[in-house]
Design a protein. Sequence first.
Length: 43
Amino acid sequence: MSSDAVREEKARRKQMMIRALIYIVGTHLFAGFVGLLFVVGHR
């Protein structure tokens, strides 16, 4: 029974890491897009 709990905890931690990675990449892409708009708008 405890092995199921451990496996579930590992799966939950992996899901959390994947979600965090997606959010980090997404925010960096958005920040890069905003920066690009500033560069293009300055010309």
